[in-house]
Design a protein around this ligand. Structure first.
Ligand code: NOJ
Ligand code: CA
Length: 714
């Protein structure tokens, strides 16, 4: 893969000063100010087009058993500014080339009493600010333990926020839209149940946090390059409207063990008066390190189906038998056990899925529940739950491998760790080698339930290091990872693009666990997707879950057209068609969009966007002249108006528009849709109604003039 790195200009200015330092974004819209307060506390502020976005906010870290900490008493030793403008090509992505363009300020600080050095590095892009703490090698700060990072983000008003409760163990919450001052009052109802959860404060929220000010400024707080450090939450002082960082603690309540030279992740503040810029911004990726994999040619986008939704809905089971309440690997005899007759991962069912994938052009098939241990897989704090290599008696690894190969379909491995992380690390090499041997080049891993070692949290430094270890080791084995319940991504896929997706938010599975809010998918691109792609698992066509399992009365709060649009609006190089093959067979014309839609893009154009309400995106297929458009809509009916001026001027296209039917509604008529074929060119315009929880999807294929003429104009 070719990569370009062009440093267009670079200048360095070194001055010894205690004066305030200003930094501007390349377009001049953002202005950052850094200074030291009288007691030597570092502070910064941020303005956008002359308006305050971040008021004077403190920077620093409180250290454990350390009377000085890294909070005050600093003087400026040195400052340097520089400018960077370059482009790089992602292995997969929303566009084929990403521009990395910023002005940088480096501030070298010295704490007189301790002689310690700390560097603050600020990068100001047109779409936001990134900054981090750096701790150069020094004997005065060799090893240190973080009690709390004390980075502030002082808001300039009582903004509207789209937030989920701060939690050390889960992100699988529905978003709440409220004023910052209302977070405290709504926290209790926001904390819905999960198999592992630890909230910490009535005003604690997670990143990426999306906000909008009363005068229409969009602000997003997150972090980039979370490596060897605990994930950051935000705790709000709702009298002063100041957010402060709140790291995920380990079992002892400590928030990080650091050894210099080292640095914190980048703290990011995206800002614009146009919500589309938040989607367009690439600062999270740009603040990560370049590609670390020498030859990434084995990393490929994948569209897949799976033996999965049937278990999630309760139609079938992961476990093979109902005979045991406890399983001991190596001792429990599965061959002698009575099968429960509901085990999804059986040879016949898997082969049916392979056939379906081959017939409809899917790259892969995921099979969950293939390996022994699911009889008591969570809730028992059991260390040795899975060995990741031993199949149940009705799943023949070799036979399935050969069958899939003969049909040109890839099998996707499943490693549910049930959060017994130490056990997973013990088995990791064997498990990855087993995948290599049997031709699996992608794994969906999972971290359901409370972490073992007991007392650890899903997002503490120890766990962050585990996810990274599993990712880097997978790269050695040429394996792609899709980790569920792991820490939310922070752009690390730039460096390790074998992290092809994560869950780390409330995915489609919750539509079968009682349902998600109909506007959920209008928030996710502004929050969870800021750090990287999500394995959201769209494509549900049967919204009445009781039809799959009479004991499950969940309803999928979405129309079929909305489900189709998600393949465009929820960018991911890994996309699932999550429903059962039989449901796709009922709606072959709508299914056609899922078959056609691309996974990798030359270009993405954000046509309309308002978090919580709607978004419309057009994307051009990588290396082809086909375009796909997706619109997802929130709780109210809306007319979307778009222009096709992104199309080539001299070309003709046929557009197939998959929209909500006239009587469609996520609740009452979710399966009502219309499909029409029209001729379009760069002058065409569309005015399209999307119903509550609805949307539309369009595939646009280039055709020759004669073919175009046979089709009615839009
Ligand atoms: C939770 C994951 O999100 C889901 O996709 C998976 O099926 C279950 N864990 C079992 O591993
Ligand atoms: Ca999950």
């Amino acid at each position: 893969m070719k990569r370009f790195l062009i440093i267009s200009s670079l200048w360095l200015v070194a001055v010894t000063t205690t004066l305030a330092q200003d930094l501007q974004s390349p377009d001049g819209n953002l202005e950052m100010n850094f200074s030291l307060q009288e007691d030597g506390t570092p502070v910064y502020s941020l303005n956008y087009k002359g308006q305050e976005v971040i008021k004077t906010s403190k920077l620093g870290l409180e250290l454990k058993n350390d009377e000085h900490s890294l909070l005050a008493g600093f003087s400026i030793e040195d400052t340097a500014t520089s400018h960077f403008d370059g482009t790089w090509e992602p292995v997969w992505g929303e566009e084929k080339e990403i521009r990395n363009h910023y002005n940088e300020l480096e501030v070298k600080l010295k704490q007189a009493e301790t002689n310690r050095e700390m560097v603050l590095r600020f990068r100001l892009f047109d779409t936001g600010l990134g900054f981090r703490y750096e701790f150069p090698q020094q004997n005065e700060l060799g090893h240190f333990v973080i009690k709390e990072e004390r980075t502030q983000f002082a808001m300039a008003g009582d903004h509207t926020a789209f937030w989920i409760p701060g939690d050390y163990d889960t992100q699988e919450y529905d978003y709440i839209e409220s004023k910052l001052s209302e977070i405290r009052g709504q926290m209790e109802k926001a904390i819905t149940g999960n198999l592992s959860q630890t909230s910490f404060s009535n005003t604690g929220v997670q990143t990426s946090l999306m906000m909008k000010s009363d005068n229409g400024i969009y602000i997003n707080l997150h972090e980039a390059a979370l490596i060897d450090y605990a994930a950051m939450h935000l705790n709000l002082d709702d009298e002063k409207m100041i957010f402060e960082s709140w790291l995920t603690p380990d079992v002892n309540g400590d928030k990080g063990y650091l050894v210099s030279p080292t640095q914190s992740p980048w703290r990011t503040v995206m800002v614009s008066d146009d919500a589309k810029d938040i989607l367009r911004s690439r600062i999270t990726y740009n603040l990560n390190e370049p590609l670390a994999i020498e030859d990434p040619s084995w990393i490929k986008p994948m569209k897949y189906i799976g033996v999965w939704w049937e278990m999630i809905t309760g139609k079938s089971s992961w476990n093979y038998t109902d005979e045991f309440t406890a399983v001991k690997l190596g001792e429990t005899d599965f061959d002698a056990a009575e099968p429960n007759g509901r085990h999804g991962a059986n040879n016949e069912n898997v082969k049916m899925h392979i056939d379906f994938a081959a017939e409809h052009g899917f790259d892969g098939v995921l099979v969950e529940g293939w390996n022994i241990g699911w009889e008591d897989w969570f809730g028992h704090s059991k260390d040795y739950v899975f060995d990741f290599v031993t199949p149940y008696p009705d799943f023949d690894v070799e036979e399935i491998r050969d069958y899939a190969k003969s049909k040109g379909v890839e099998m996707i491995m499943h490693h549910e760790t049930s959060s017994s992380v130490r056990n997973y690390e013990r088995h990791l090499d064997t498990a990855y080698a087993f995948m290599n041997k049997h031709g699996y080049n992608a794994v969906k891993s999972g971290y359901v339930g409370d972490i073992l070692p007991r007392g650890e949290n899903h997002y503490s430094q120890w766990l962050v290091n585990h996810y990274q270890y599993a990712l880097e080791k997978a790269a050695d084995y040429k394996i792609m990872i899709n980790a569920h319940e792991a820490v939310r991504p922070t752009g690390i896929a730039r460096t390790y693009p074998n992290l092809i997706a994560n869950e780390s938010a409330r995915g489609t599975e919750y539509q079968a666990f009682g349902g998600s809010k109909p506007n959920h998918v209008t928030v996710l691109p502004f929050t969870r997707l800021i750090g990287g792609p999500m394995d959201y698992t769209p494509g549900i066509f049967e919204m009445d879950i009781s039809k799959l399992n009479p004991d499950n009365d969940s309803h999928v709060n979405s129309t079929i057209a909305n489900q189709l649009a998600l393949y465009v609006t929820m960018y991911s190089p890994l996309q699932m068609a999550a429903d059962l093959p039989e449901h796709y067979e009922q709606f072959p014309d709508a299914f056609q969009f899922i078959k056609d839609v691309a996974l990798d893009w030359d270009e993405s154009i954000y046509l309309e966007a308002e978090p919580g309400y709607y978004l419309t995106i057009a994307r051009k297929e990588k290396g082809e002249n086909n375009w796909f458009v997706g619109n997802v809509n929130g709780n109210e009916e809306r007319i979307s108006n778009i222009s096709f001026d992104f199309l080539d001027k001299d070309k003709d296209y046929i557009a197939t528009i998959y929209s909500d039917g006239k009587d469609a509604h996520y609740k009452d008529h979710p399966q009502s849709y219309e499909i029409r074929e029209v001729r379009v060119n760069h002058r065409s315009k569309l005015s399209q109604v999307s119903v509550p929880g609805g949307g539309y999807a369009i595939s646009i294929m280039e055709v020759d003039k004669d073919k175009a003429k046979q089709v009615k104009k839009l």
